[in-house]
Design a protein around this ligand. Structure first.
Ligand SMILES: Cc1cc2nc3c(=O)[nH]c(=O)nc-3n(C[C@H](O)[C@H](O)[C@H](O)COP(=O)(O)O)c2cc1C
Length: 389
């Protein structure tokens, strides 16, 4: 068994074991990938304050997210096509999250359906939706989420149109994969992946196929997005969806103070400061640099979470120190899943937990709730988007 010391170890294994088109799908950002790079790069501008001779016994990473207990302030972000990274991927990731004691968010664009995941887990998970033109389908999605006892709906607001990722176009990304000669030649080298896929029936968009009317090509994300997503979405419509669901609600994809204030005005339970992992508006600021001013503006009214660029427990600690109530990881757990299935997601969570716990100790903090800007050395202008670091 390979030694897994850090997320990068999982990433290397992942790249060896997963077909190129799905690796490219995960690794890519939109256009020039400037925002993708900034998400990880800006964490490095923040340095940690080393403290000594502080009682560091009895540390705790436990917290709550929207009133739900969690072993650490890290949730699994919605990742579309997770079930193409590894057979039955959503079920495996949800089970790993459940055993570890952190929230799992199922994407609307998952391979395993809401019902599949509910059947194979015992803890309520969160369900992420995009807002679609088909009102009837949206209502039925919320009904299905209620029947599956989902604990929260996450509405993603930053993808009404799809940011272009060049490699997905070149690869002809679809689920199930289109078997061109090039794709087939690559898939043949991924034996474990192929055997897994042969052994499952779940190979298409489980929440959509057979449920959405008149969708002619749910195999291709770009075609589906162009057809089904509602470009007229505005804040009134978001409020209608809030009322239609009636339960705990999280708004994802907030990167601007004015939008954060509008989201908080709707009385939602949490917002996620996010730029979709650098996959939508290329050129947008990194999430970590936008976090402080959003926390300042609405942190007393709504839980402020963040995602984008988290690859270690140190990154989690930095986000918490800048005021995030919790963080979400996308690629970090997906690497684990493609590398080693459910066990790999567990490893990813263990790695991040251990790094968070040890880093807290070395910073002289015993509880995640005690972290604050005092634990960091923050470069001047970090929270000012007009300053180039
Ligand atoms: C391959 C991939 C697929 C994604 N699919 C979705 C999705 O279906 N819905 C959504 O709201 N966000 C989606 N995201 C964005 C993630 O939820 C999250 O915002 C992002 O991955 C965080 O950045 P990180 O990967 O650096 O942790 C996706 C991200 C990746 C990498």
């Amino acid at each position: 068994m390979s030694v897994i010391a850090e997320i990068e170890d999982l990433r290397r294994l992942y790249q060896r074991r997963t077909p190129r088109m799905f690796c490219d799908f995960v690794e890519s950002g939109s256009w020039s990938e400037q925002t993708l790079r900034a998400n990880t790069g800006d964490f490095k501008h923040l340095r940690l304050r080393q403290r000594v001779a502080v009682d560091m016994s009895n540390r705790s990473t436990r917290t709550t997210m929207i009133g739900q207990d969690a072993a650490m302030p890290v949730a699994l972000a919605p990742v579309g096509l997770t079930g193409m990274q590894c057979a039955d991927g959503e079920i495996k990731a949800a089970r790993a999250a459940e055993k570890f004691g952190v929230p799992y968010t199922l994407s609307l664009l998952s391979i395993c359906s809401i019902e599949d995941v509910a059947e194979h887990t015992t803890r309520p998970f969160w369900f992420q939706v995009y807002t679609l033109k088909d009102e009837d389908f949206m209502r039925r999605l919320f009904d299905r989420a209620r029947a599956a006892q989902c604990a929260a709906i996450v509405i993603t607001l930053d993808l009404q149109v799809l940011g272009q990722r060049h490699k997905d176009l070149h690869n002809g990304l679809s689920a199930p994969p289109r078997l061109t000669l090039r794709n087939l030649a690559n898939i043949m080298t991924k034996v474990q992946w192929g055997l897994g896929m042969l052994g499952t029936k779940r190979r298409a968009f489980g929440n959509v196929v057979g449920h959405a009317k008149g969708v002619t090509d749910p195999g291709s994300i770009s075609a589906w997005t162009a057809e089904a997503f509602d470009e007229t979405l505005d804040w009134d419509r978001v409020a209608q969806f809030r009322d239609m669901w009636g339960g705990k609600l999280i708004l994802k994809g907030i990167l601007d103070v004015e939008d954060a204030i509008k989201a908080a005005d709707l009385g939602v339970d949490a917002i996620i400061v996010s730029n979709h992992g650098g996959r939508q508006l290329d050129g947008a600021m990194s999430s970590i640099r936008m976090l402080p001013q959003i926390v300042d503006a609405v942190g007393d009214r709504v839980e402020v979470h963040m995602d984008g660029g988290i690859r270690s427990g140190q990154d989690v600690l930095k986000a918490l120190s800048l005021g995030a109530r919790a963080t979400h990881i996308g690629r970090a757990f997906t690497y684990g899943l493609g590398a080693m299935g459910e066990e790999g997601v567990t490893r990813a969570l263990q790695v991040i937990h251990k790094e968070l716990d040890t880093t807290m100790a070395l910073c002289g903090a015993r509880d995640v709730h005690d972290l604050g800007p005092d634990n960091l050395i923050i470069p001047q202008g970090f929270d000012d988007p007009t300053v180039t670091l």
